[in-house]
Design a protein around this ligand. Structure first.
Ligand SMILES: [Ca+2]
Ligand SMILES: [Ca+2]
Ligand SMILES: [Ca+2]
Ligand SMILES: [Ca+2]
Ligand SMILES: [Zn+2]
Length: 730
């Protein structure tokens, strides 16, 4: 799946290695191409770590994860882990244990070393724009070089881009937890693709909640001579622009602790996948909404999916699919097909479902959403839960009983100045505005054990007022008692009406026995506001129901035609259908099951999954027997339990005593070959006709089960029609 190629060599004669990763990588495949490069700045090793982590994820999951398989089968990826090897080796030399702070390459400039490669891209207009996005001083860490593409590393990048047909580029940096779009230089207006970039950045930060924007709105300065601007607008590509983005991973500096390396790499995994996927066709959700938060057993609902082809190429034979592994959910239509979805075209589908009346409360019934392309390839999958009942409340705090369940590092407290439920709520800054450069959290004291009810929803009400784009409210979850945290949601700007949030944190909570949650407000160095108010915090937990409980019915019966009284056995094992019927008019079907009556024991096992506990008639249908109901009054049925019923023991076991005694067994009547509820001339005619042509096999006119239809079958029809045998129902 991989092959390595050399881009170019540096002033210190090191090679810039690049690896092609795709199925059958020995030569270019013609698949949509994406390029990832990192360590253009030599002191930013996490940029390389998350790339390597992603490459391993792809390779190790080719036969496991359908998204990995799709990317490797349908994209041609290029990875350049060290675009600035001279600078990286320099750091290794000065600081063998890490921590080296050299940023530029190692070009000697007469008196100083190094050019900032991410200030050395063209075109001249960007490289030399009037803003202060780079330095002309050779001693500066942002020295731009003598001219655009003066450096061998940037020339290598330029030549590589121009030699290939790359649709998307990720040039990775650290740090700050940003994802950055063009323009990097201080252009007076946004790029023509700004709306598209905004969607891309919103999607890419969907799970890691990185802050998104231009360099000016994120890291706080414009960048002239930046790689992304040239990739996006001025590479040799004609007809379309390369989607170029820059992630800045991590919050703790250029050399994060060893324990952070993998969590940070994991935080970039989806972002990395997404960049590959958008270089071709990529159907991705815009929204997926259930019509209710919780459902009553027996209730119907809808899942409304809106989706869009976020890819740069047209998507073919798109299938949107919703299925459930739970027998408690009935989804009549499980997929919709769309022959073509062009780039940035959206569409929607609505899936109806019914929740079984038998489902226990506080259950979570999985809905597996899959988007497929080319009829089969899965490009997106997600599980949502249909919930029944209010859930087990593993945490509930209305702020009316003090701050005792929480710990704060900097002034969170109960306030009566705002509340959702009177009189109090929690707030970060009870005495006015929050401070600049604050990092203020309110953390649950005692961890919650959700291991037995792992489907977890965090529900709370809130309102907030922060400096939009700069000061953020974070909802964070720890599955290890606070050792590490993951952001599940962030908010910024102004929202001054109390609003409910109901967040599925199941994947973050990870079935933990030590779940903690934290609300954290973080501000930058300027502009403050009132902050964040939170009330009525709840953790609602549910048990996932994948395979439902089965109620077993042991049913004993004999079919008149099949029964051999001399041997006290049936002539064959045969299938019957069993229905649980309401005991009140109009005696609706509540549940049904099929099974086989054993020829020696006269008994079959029938599993039911839908009927709630109650009283039901047991009704039996067999391919050529008279429909027969259990005795008057119905049978007591306990969901999840077992039940047995024996038709053969007494004539009164059948409703209306509608059975015939043969030898020692009461048998259900045979010869209703046309299954109209009567044994009459119609059945006799069917049997006579089949007998006349010597018909054989598994056919309804073979009443005694010997594989042929003849006079020995006709005799049952003659006798039963003579006696006007018909079904007897309540
Ligand atoms: Ca309250
Ligand atoms: Ca601020
Ligand atoms: Ca405040
Ligand atoms: Ca026969
Ligand atoms: Zn950087």
């Amino acid at each position: 799946l991989t092959v390595h190629i050399c881009l170019f060599s540096t002033v210190e004669h090191r090679q810039i290695w690049t690896v092609r990763v795709t199925k059958n990588p020995d030569s270019p495949t013609g698949r949509p191409e994406a390029w990832y490069h990192s360590l253009i700045h030599a002191r930013e090793p996490e940029s390389m770590q998350h790339m390597i982590f992603y490459i391993y994820w792809l390779l190790e999951n080719y036969n496991i994860d359908p998204i990995a398989a799709y990317i490797l089968n349908n994209r041609e990826l290029y990875f350049t882990p060290v675009l600035n090897p001279d600078g990286y080796v320099y750091n290794e030399t000065t600081n063998p244990n890490g921590g080296g702070m050299w940023r530029k390459n190692r070009k000697f400039n007469g008196s100083n070393y190094g050019v900032d490669l991410n200030r050395n891209y063209g075109i001249y207009q960007y490289w030399n724009s009037s803003n202060n996005g780079s330095s002309t001083s050779t001693s500066s860490s942002t020295y731009r070089g003598t001219s655009p593409f003066s450096e061998s590393e940037t020339q290598a990048a330029m030549n590589f881009i121009n030699s290939r047909n790359i649709n998307s580029v990720m040039g990775s940096h650290t740090y700050g937890n940003y994802i950055i779009k063009p323009w990097a230089w201080s252009d007076p207006s946004p790029t023509p693709d700004d709306a598209k970039f905004n969607e891309y950045l919103a999607d890419m930060s969907r799970y890691n909640n990185y802050i998104t924007g231009t360099p000016l709105s994120t890291v706080g300065y414009a960048v002239r001579g930046c790689a992304d601007d040239w990739y996006y607008n001025d590479s040799a590509h004609t007809g379309h622009n390369i989607i170029a983005v820059t992630p800045e991973t991590g919050l703790t500096g250029f050399w994060p602790a060893q324990s952070e390396i993998i969590p940070l790499a994991e935080s970039m995994l989806f972002t990395n996948q997404y960049l590959a996927l958008i270089s071709g066709a990529y159907v991705f959700p815009v929204s997926s909404n259930l019509n209710k938060q919780i459902y009553i057993p027996g209730e119907s609902g809808t899942l409304n999916l809106i989706f869009k082809n976020k890819g740069q190429l047209s998507a073919q034979n798109v299938k949107v699919e919703v299925t459930s592994p739970s027998f408690y959910l009935n989804i009549p239509i499980t997929s919709f097909n769309y022959s073509t979805l062009s780039s940035f075209q959206s569409d929607s589908s609505i899936f109806g479902f019914t929740v079984s009346p038998a489902v226990p409360l506080n259950s979570a019934l999985p809905l597996n959403i899959k988007f497929r392309q080319n009829d089969s390839d899965i490009v997106y999958q997600e599980t949502k839960y249909v919930l029944t009942g209010n859930g087990a409340l593993t945490l509930s705090d209305s702020a009316e009983n003090g701050f005792g369940k929480w710990t704060t590092n900097s002034g969170w407290a109960v306030t009566s100045s705002q509340s959702h439920t009177p009189n109090n709520s929690f707030t970060d800054s009870p005495s006015g505005n929050y401070s600049n450069n604050t990092n203020n959290s309110m953390t649950l004291n005692i961890p919650v054990d959700i291991s037995s009810v792992p489907v977890t929803f965090l529900n709370f009400w809130h309102r907030y007022n922060t400096e939009a784009g700069y000061d953020f409210c974070y909802v964070e979850v720890s599955s290890n008692n606070g050792s590490s945290w993951q952001t599940v949601k962030s908010y910024n700007g102004v929202m001054t009406t109390w609003t409910e949030q109901n967040i599925d944190i199941t994947s973050f909570a990870n079935s933990s026995s030590q779940l903690k949650i934290r609300f954290r407000l973080q501000s930058d160095q300027g502009v403050v506001a009132d902050g964040w108010y939170i009330d009525d915090i709840k953790l609602k937990n549910y048990s996932p129901l994948i395979n439902s409980v089965v109620t077993n019915l042991q049913l004993t019966l004999a079919q008149e035609g099949l029964y051999n009284s001399a041997q006290n056995s049936l002539n064959m094992n045969d299938t019957v259908s069993v229905y649980l019927k309401s005991v009140t008019s109009p005696y609706q079907n509540i549940d049904s099951s099929r099974g086989v009556i054993d020829s020696l024991t006269f008994t079959g096992n029938f599993g039911f999954r839908n009927a709630p506990s109650g009283n039901y008639f047991i009704m039996v249908k067999h391919r050529n027997s008279i429909e027969t109901w259990s005795k008057a009054g119905g049978e007591e049925y306990n969901f999840g339990g077992t039940l047995s019923y024996d038709f053969t023991s007494s004539v009164s076991q059948a409703f209306g005593d509608n059975m015939i005694l043969t030898g020692s067994k009461y048998c259900i009547y045979s010869a209703d070959a046309d299954q109209n509820g009567f044994v009459d001339i119609g059945d006799g005619t069917l049997i006579d006709n089949d007998a006349a042509i010597f018909a054989g096999g598994y056919i309804p006119t073979d009443l005694n089960g010997d594989g042929i239809t003849d006079v020995t079958d006709a005799v049952f029809a003659d006798n039963n029609s003579y006696n006007f045998i018909s079904k007897i129902v309540p």
